[in-house]
Design a protein around this ligand. Sequence first.
Ligand code: NAI
Ligand code: 15L
Length: 265
Amino acid sequence: MKRLLLTGAAGGLGSAMRGRLKGLAEIVRVSDIVDLGRVAAHEEAMVCDLGDRAAVDRLVEGCDAIIHLGGISVEDKFSKIMNANLLGLYNLYEAARANGMPRILFASSNHTIGFYRQDEYLDHEMPMRPDGLYGVSKCFGEALARMYFEKFGQETALVRIGSCMEKPKNHRMLSTWMSYDDFLSMIECIFSVPRLGCPVIWGCSNNDTRWWDNSHVSYLGWQPKDNAERFRAEIDAAVARPKPGDTIAVYQGGPFIDDPIFAED
Ligand code: NAI
Ligand code: 15L
C-alpha cells in the first residue's frame, strides 16, 4: 500500500508500533496532537487535534489505510473524552467517507466489557458492559464504525485491546496482555484479508488464562504466538497477589471499575 495513517503515534502504543510498521506501506503518516519527535525516512508527520474537522480531513486525504490509536486512553473528564473519542471519531469517519473509505483499525478496549467477571468467558456477541466514560466512548466508537459499515460499506476492525505493552505488569494482565509482535501480525492480517467486514476482534495474545473467544474471526488467519504465562513467576515475585475479593481480581476491567466520574473544572 502507498500510505498508511497512524494516529496516536506519539503515545505509548503508537511509539512502540511506529517503527514496526515500516514495510507495511511506502509511507507511514504519523499523527498526534503533540510533537512526533524524530521522523524516519519512511514517515511523514502531521500534528492534528482529532476534534478539528478540517484538520482531520487533511490528515486522512491520500491514505489507503488507517490505524486509529489516537484519543484519550484512560478514564478522564467527559469534556476531554468527548473531544478526542466522540467528536474525533466522527471527524475521522466523515473524512474517510470523503476520501475513498480506507480500511480502518479502531483501537477499542476491554473497558467496553469491563464489568464482566474474570470467571466469565466472552464471545463477541455478548452485551457491552462498559466500566466508565472511557469505556462508553469506545462503545460509541464501535457503534459509529458499525453504522458506517451498514450504511456505506466502510470496513473497520474493532480491536478490543486488552493490555498491549512490552510485558504484563500484574496478575490481571496475565489474561489481558497482547504482545507488540502479536499486534503487528494482527495488523498485517487486518489489512491483507480480502474481505474484512466490521468484526470485533479481541486483542490479546495466546495467554493460557485469556477470557475471550476469537473463533468468529478465524477467517483473518491471525494466530497470536505469545503467551503471558512465561511472565508469571516474574509477576509473582514483583507484585503482591491481589486478595480474592479485590476489584482487580474480580472484574475484567480491573482497576478502571473503581474510577470515579471525574468532575469538570
Ligand atoms: P496513549 O494515551 O499513550 O496514546 C494516545 C495518544 O493519543 C497520545 O499520544 C495523545 O497525545 C493522543 N491524543 C489524545 N487526544 C488527542 C486528540 N484530541 N487529537 C489527537 N491525538 C490525541 O494510549 P496508548 O496506550 O498508546 O493507547 C493507544 C490506543 O489504544 C488508545 O486509543 C487506547 O484507548 C487504546 N487501547 C490501548 C490499550 C493498551 O494496552 N495500550 C488497551 C486498550 C485500548
Ligand atoms: C486500556 O484501555 C488502556 O488504554 C490501557 O492504558 C490499559 O490500562 C488497558 O486498557 C488495560 O485494561 O490494561
